[in-house]
Design a protein around this ligand. Structure first.
Ligand code: AQP
Length: 330
């Protein structure tokens, strides 16, 4: 059995970045890789590495689960589950913590960035987050992990830990590989195109949330930061705002940057932004319609129940093997 695994943290409403960098690709990979089983989960244990309101967290968990289906995942070959409902994730994370070195965790750039944003003190779980991520992946021997560019470093660490464990205790884990799209793997903030678009942002104006009113999405795109050059040209260094908008345009429409440049040759940013706003709104309107159907459906509840059982079955077996290889217990 060959497995592809990925997750999204329910720390808020997923963004256009999450969609273009991750969610949208899951359904596309499903179409192309029919001999793979897809293990897709709601990463709620990852969410509590930063403070969460319990009621909001519960709602966000259901939202993310519904959005997976709304964004194109199909129930065939799918194990959809909630991370905290499969207790082996937390147990395997402890094993990974015993394996990973402090220096490796200290080098993680996402940790360093997130520490700067914390106002209430930094939890030790934020520091050990990559150990939990390695556990998520290795528990199921996932071969491929489709993620956005920001997860590249964590994925590399998961590979190192799999190799380290295999060298120390004998071949146990599959060494995973990332599936990172060339385009759309790092969508930037609309107000500050040097930063990635984050769902836990301080400035909502730079971020498009998948469940926000369509009229607001139009406004945000029209107000996106550009430059004074007034020429639609792909140049991430000199024109990061326009390059980001062109990336969004290109991923959704599947038009190349050259084609987009030719279409807007001699036109200003106004036309380009208006068209992009309609393209994004059309895509998100479709997602919202499907989300409203799935979020309160019995279909979703049943999928999550079945997913929990299937994930637990595999995870339990793997954890037992790991304990045995390490000499734990009797
Ligand atoms: N801007 C982005 N562009 C492309 N892909 C992105 N991803 C995240 N942001 C972008 C990818 O989406 C998947 C799920 O992400 P996540 O839930 O683990 O993290 P997040 O959206 O980055 O969420 P947070 O923690 O609420 O906020 P920040 O951003 O502060 O960490 C992943 O595959 C990710 O690569």
């Amino acid at each position: 059995m060959k497995i592809i695994l990925s997750g999204v943290k329910p720390t808020g409403i997923p963004t256009l970045g999450n969609y273009l960098g991750a969610l949208r690709n899951f359904g596309k990979f499903q179409e192309k890789m029919k001999d793979y089983e897809f293990f897709i989960f709601v990463a709620d244990l990852h969410a509590i590495t930063t403070p969460q309101d319990p009621l909001e967290l519960k709602q966000n968990i259901r939202n993310v689960a519904a959005l997976y289906l709304a964004c194109g995942l199909k129930p065939e070959n799918l194990t959809l589950f909630i991370q905290s409902e499969v207790h082996e994730h937390a147990e395997m994370a402890y094993i990974m913590q015993a394996l990973v070195y402090m220096g490796e965790l200290e080098r993680m750039t996402q940790y360093k960035d997130k520490v700067l944003k914390q106002t209430q003190g930094v939890s030790s779980a934020l520091f050990t987050y990559p150990a939990l991520m390695a556990a998520d992946i290795l528990l199921y021997d996932a071969k491929f992990v489709p993620v956005g560019d920001d997860q590249r470093q964590h994925l590399e660490l998961a590979r190192d830990l799999a190799i380290r464990f295999n060298n120390r205790f004998g071949k146990t884990f599959t060494v995973p590989e990332g599936l990172i799209q060339e385009k759309g793997a790092r969508i930037k903030d609309l107000q500050d195109p040097t930063k990635k678009m984050d769902k836990s942002t301080d400035n909502d104006r730079g971020c498009i949330f998948l469940l926000e009113p369509l009229s607001q999405i139009r406004k945000k795109i029209k107000a996106a930061v550009t430059d004074s050059d007034a020429c639609v040209r792909f140049d991430p260094e000199q024109k990061p705002g326009i390059a980001n908008l062109m990336t969004i345009y290109s991923v959704i429409t599947e038009k190349s940057f050259g084609e987009i440049e030719a279409m807007y040759d001699g036109k200003g940013y106004g036309d380009f932004k208006s068209d992009l706003a309609e393209i994004v709104v059309k895509e998100i309107a479709m997602i919202q319609e499907r989300y409203h159907y799935f979020v309160s459906s019995q279909e979703l509840t049943t999928l999550l129940d079945e997913g929990r059982l299937r994930a637990h079955q595999l995870a339990q077996k793997k954890l037992k093997t790991v304990y045995q290889k390490m000499g734990l217990g009797r």
